[in-house]
Design a protein around this ligand. Structure first.
Ligand code: UDP
Ligand code: MG
Length: 236
C-alpha cells in the first residue's frame, strides 16, 4: 500500500488558474436542463475561468439521462454521472463532489432556482476573501406555500437550538474549496444533510446574497415525507 502524503502537505501556494467544478444533482429535470446548463456555461465563460460541469442523474425515470449524455457529447466540459437508483439530492451531491476534480467545487440546483448569473460573484468572493466556503444566502425564499414557510422556520429553530448553528437564509448554493470538500467527504456519512454539515466542518466563510428564482419547469422532487426524513437526518 502506498503512503498517502496528503496530510503532510504544508502549503500548495497560490493556484494561478484554478479549475472550478460545478456539481448539479439532477432528478427528472428533463429538457429544461439544456437551458440551465447553457446559462451556467455562459456565466463561467464570462468569468473567464477553467471549468467542468458534473451532472449527477439521481436515478431519474424520465429522459434526464439521455439529455445529460447529449450535453456531454456536445460539451467536453460536461462530466456525466448516473446513480443506480434515486438516492436523494444529498447523496447525489456527495457522488458529484467525489467525482469533481476542481480546486473549488460549486454546488447548485439544476432547476434554475440558483441563478447561474451569480457564479462570477461567487468566484470573485472566493478569490478575494480567503474564505474556504462561499455561501449563497437567500434574501427572498421565492414562491412558497405558507405550510412550507412555517415548517422551514420551525425546523431551523429546532436545528439552531440543538446544534448551535444558524441556518436561516442558508441555501445549498455554495462554493467549497478543495480543502472544504475533503473535510466534508472525510465524514463518510450515509445520512447526509449538506446545509448543516457544511456549517459543522467550520472554516472561514463568505456570503453572497441571491433571490430564489421560480423553478424553470417540472416540479419539486421533495414530498412531505422526504422533507421530514431530511429534517430528522439533519437533527440526528
Ligand atoms: N434532486 C435530486 N434528487 C431528488 C430530488 C431532487 O437530485 O431525489 C435535485 C433536483 O433535480 C434539483 C435539486 O435536487 O436539482 C433540488 O430539488 P428540488 O428543486 O426538487 O428542491 P426544492 O427547490 O423544492 O428544495
Ligand atoms: Mg428547486
Amino acid at each position: 500500500m502506498g503512503l498517502d502524503l496528503g496530510p503532510f502537505i504544508l502549503d500548495m501556494g497560490v493556484i494561478d488558474d484554478p479549475l472550478y467544478s460545478v456539481v448539479m444533482p439532477v432528478f427528472c429535470e428533463g429538457a429544461n436542463l439544456q437551458g440551465i446548463v447553457r446559462e451556467v456555461s455562459q456565466s463561467l465563460d464570462k468569468a473567464g475561468v477553467r471549468h467542468q460541469l458534473v451532472l449527477v442523474d439521481d436515478g431519474s425515470p424520465d429522459e434526464t439521462w439521455a439529455v445529460i449524455k447529449d450535453l456531454a457529447k456536445e460539451n467536453a466540459a460536461v462530466c456525466a454521472v448516473r446513480l443506480s437508483r434515486n438516492f436523494g439530492k444529498e447523496l447525489a451531491l456527495c457522488a458529484g463532489m467525489e467525482t469533481a476534480a476542481g480546486d473549488a467545487v460549486i454546488v447548485m440546483d439544476a432547476d434554475g432556482q440558483h441563478p447561474p448569473a451569480l457564479l462570477p460573484a461567487m468566484i470573485d468572493s472566493w478569490r478575494t476573501s480567503g474564505a474556504e466556503i462561499v455561501e449563497g444566502i437567500k434574501t427572498h425564499r421565492g414562491k412558497e406555500t405558507i405550510f412550507n414557510k412555517v415548517t422551514a422556520a420551525t425546523f431551523y429553530l429546532i436545528w439552531n437550538k440543538l446544534s448551535g448553528f444558524e441556518l436561516r437564509g442558508a441555501s445549498d448554493f455554495k462554493l467549497l474549496s478543495r480543502r472544504a470538500v475533503k473535510a466534508y467527504l472525510a465524514m463518510q456519512d450515509r445520512n447526509v444533510f449538506f446545509r448543516g454539515m457544511t456549517a459543522w466542518i467550520g472554516f472561514k466563510r463568505a456570503h453572497v446574497p441571491f433571490e430564489v428564482a421560480a423553478r424553470s419547469g417540472g416540479r419539486s422532487g421533495w414530498s412531505v415525507f422526504r422533507l421530514i426524513k431530511l429534517a430528522l437526518n439533519g437533527i440526528t
